[in-house]
Design a protein around this ligand. Sequence first.
Ligand code: ADP
Ligand code: MG
Length: 224
Amino acid sequence: MRKVFERNGRAVEALCGIDLEVRSGEFVAITGPSGSGKSTLLYLLGALDRPSSGDIHLLGDTTGQMRDIDLASIRSRVVGFVFQFHFLMMELSAIENVMVPALVAGKSPSEVTRRARELLERVGLADRVDHRPAQLSGGEQQRVAIARALINQPALLLGDEPTGNLDTATGEAIYQLLREHNREHGQTIVVVTHNPVLAQHADRVVNVVDGRIATGSDLAEEIR
Ligand code: ADP
Ligand code: MG
C-alpha cells in the first residue's frame, strides 16, 4: 500500500510500500521519527483517507477504492479516534462531549446518557461529568476524549500521539487504561507514539521510517 501527496506540484511519497496486518484484539504501537508517515498510516487504517495504490482491509470492507460517503460510514461504525489535541467542544460538559458521537449515530438519549456516565466512571472521571473542558486538567480532557472515542464501541480504536502533550505519569495512566480496555473488551488498538516507554504497553511495536516499516515481521495490511 502506498500514499502519495501532492505539494506545490510535487509528489511527496508519504508511504512507500507498507504491508501491515493488525489482528483483531491486538494492541499495536507505531513509532518512528517525525515525518516518517505514522499519522498517514493511522488515517489510512481508520478510513480517514484512501491509499494511492494498494488496498486496506478493515474488518469486512476494502477501503482502497471507496467513495467518501462509504468511508465515512465505515468510520462511524468501526473506528474511534483519539488525537493529540482532543478537539472537545468547549461549550459542552464532559458527559455531553462523550454523548455526541452516539447521538449523531441515532442512539436513544437515555441509553446514551447511561453509557456516557459509565464510560466517564471507567476513565476515572465520575465526579467530573458536568465539568466543561476548561475546568479539567489536560489529562482529564484527554480521558474525556477517550471516553468519547469509545462510546460507539468501535472495533478499532486509533490514537495519534494521544498523550503527546501530557506529563509522563498521565501518559502512563492513559496507556494503562487503553491496555485494560483492550484486555477486557478485546478491542483492537493502534496508537502512534514518540515515547518508547509507552510503546512497551503494546503487544507489538511497528517502527515506521521514511514511509516504510523498519521492524516487525508478520505483515500484511489487514485488520480482520
Ligand atoms: P508523521 O506522523 O510520522 O510525523 P506524517 O504521516 O504526518 O508523518 O507525514 C509523512 C509525510 O507526508 C511528510 O513528509 C508530510 O509532510 C507528508 N504529508 C502528510 N500529509 C500530507 C498532506 N495532506 N499533504 C502533503 N503532504 C503531506
Ligand atoms: Mg504525525
